[in-house]
Design a binder for this molecule. Structure first.
Ligand SMILES: [Zn+2]
Length: 282
């Protein structure tokens, strides 16, 4: 299915020129199709939902693909100018559904450098495509729990009461890229999927918690410093962000040192290497 050559009609050229920088002529471009992903259960025991395929079809338009699995093709790119979800009524998925596949139609601008690559695509060699996308829902086929929200204890690839456990990928959030790879993950197309969303969120949550704790410490330091700096006009620190808090703490420390040097201060502040701070009344 992939690697099929496409006749460059006026209509095709118009779609391509919607993405191209200059106005390209038909002899300047090479077009081919790639199978981006499908609704069959893949070797990771995951499948895209039919709705996900339809949404990914829109998201993949305009996305750039890279060839980087050997030195001759490194740095070469192609861009998807159109997509289509195709149905294959006489073919069934592993779980008995009508097979559907998301096809991407891509173009490359012909150059001296990509001559051999184009020959390879025409020869049907480079058929394996990997796609990167994020999904909001990862539904267990046995119990329907969403893996993106904690999930369940069912293990992908195992059978529960005769029912195979796999994960249905639903609600795609974004499609990042596609590339030609040596080892495919999905049965037909070779899809490796990227589930950035959940991991990224967990990372951000961790950072936020650490930052909030640091802000809380800064607020405490500011309140303590404020008790000793005579020229300090009390300000509301609750809504200050981390940068404003750091600035204020620095300013108060400086003021306290200056006041101490001139004998005006009611105390001194000491900051240790650990970043901890103490203020002493004198
Ligand atoms: Zn489950």
């Amino acid at each position: 299915m992939s690697g099929e050559r496409i006749g460059i009609t006026e209509e095709v050229l118009e779609k391509i020129n919607g993405y191209a920088v200059g106005k390209l002529k038909s002899e300047q471009v090479y077009c081919f199709s790639v199978l981006l992903c499908d609704n069959d259960v893949d070797r990771d025991y995951e499948r895209f939902s039919d709705e996900a395929l339809d949404r990914l079809a829109v998201m993949f338009r305009g996305r750039t693909g890279i060839f980087d699995h050997d030195h001759r093709s490194r740095g070469q790119t192609a861009r998807i100018y159109d997509t289509e979800v195709r149905s294959y009524p006489d073919r069934k998925t592993m779980d008995g559904r009508d097979y559907r596949a998301l096809m991407g139609f891509a173009y490359m601008v012909r150059t001296e450098d990509n001559k051999s690559l184009i020959a390879e695509i025409e020869g049907g060699i480079k058929k394996e495509v990997s796609v990167g996308c994020s999904v909001a829902k990862r539904i267990c086929s046995v119990c329907g729990a969403d893996g993106a929200k904690g999930g369940c204890n069912h293990i992908k690839g195992r059978s529960y009461g005769g029912k195979l456990c796999y994960v249905e990928l639903d609600e795609p959030m974004d499609a990042y890229e596609w590339s030609f790879v040596a080892v495919p993950a999905q049965r037909a197309a070779g899809v490796t999927k990227v589930y950035g969303e959940r991991e990224v969120n967990a990372e951000i949550e961790k950072l936020r918690a650490a930052q909030e704790q640091f802000c809380e410490e800064l607020r405490g330091d500011i309140i303590r410093l404020g008790c000793f700096v005579k020229s300090y006009d009390i300000v509301e620190v609750e809504d200050m962000d981390i940068f404003a808090l750091m600035e204020l703490k620095k300013k108060l420390s400086r003021q306290l040192r200056e006041e101490a040097a001139s004998g005006k201060a009611a105390g001194v502040a000491a900051e240790y290497d650990s970043g901890e701070m103490e203020a002493f009344r004198v």
